[in-house]
Design a protein. Structure first.
Length: 208
């Protein structure tokens, strides 16, 4: 807006920014959608490893601030290579999708989230979770996958697809990182496999 030279009056320039605002909004929506897609596993549609790592870091810091316990679980499909060799990779992919959906639904029932960690391995985070609650959730995860009744004639654990679950519960300490609870869950998963598979094991860090 400016005055006219030698005349009474003003010139006002008005720009319609509606189109620009709409373009900015569309760009934001497109970026949000892209970020969402990048956070999901393409095959199963649940969060991927990258998304899990980010969530784990956030939950660790939140639990540290509030001195609260939370649980992490590592879940592995038993004898999945044998399943692929017996039924083919297409059936293997279908199996992964069904197991992923079961894990997602069970994790959400317990207030947590599930992610595909890699291959036939999955991970679950349960905030504000005690050891007894974690044990119940881990057993529910195991039982619900078994109830899918996906035939697996090559498994030594059962005649259907099953999972082994390793759970760990921790209250974050100042000198620890999220890798602490992740390592404990991995060790518990190893014990579950060593002790016959189609079972869950739980670990809690010893405190001095």
């Amino acid at each position: 807006m400016r005055k006219l030279d030698g005349c009474k009056g003003l010139i006002a320039v008005v720009r319609d920014i509606t189109l620009r605002k709409e373009a900015e909004e569309q760009l934001k929506k497109a970026n949000d959608l892209l970020q969402h897609m990048l956070s999901l596993d393409r095959l199963t549609g649940i969060p991927n490893r990258r998304s899990f790592d980010e969530r784990l870091a956030r939950e660790w810091e939140r639990a540290k601030r509030h001195k609260a316990s939370f649980a992490v679980m590592m879940v592995d499909i038993d004898a999945f290579k044998r399943f692929n060799d017996t039924y083919g990779h297409q059936c293997g992919d279908d199996c992964l999708r069904k197991v992923a959906l079961s894990l997602k639904q069970t994790a959400e029932q317990y207030g947590g989230t599930a992610a595909r960690y890699g291959g036939e391995e999955f991970a679950v985070i349960l905030p504000h979770t005690s050891p007894s609650e974690a044990a119940a959730a881990a057993e529910a995860i195991r039982a619900n996958v078994e109830r899918l009744a996906i035939p697996h004639g090559s498994s030594l654990a059962a005649c259907v697809v099953t999972v082994s679950v390793g759970a760990a519960v921790a209250v974050p300490q100042p000198n620890e990182s999220a890798e602490t609870v992740l390592s404990l869950a991995d060790q518990a998963l190893y014990r579950a496999k060593q002790n016959g598979r189609n079972r869950m094991e739980i670990a809690c860090p010893a405190r001095g």
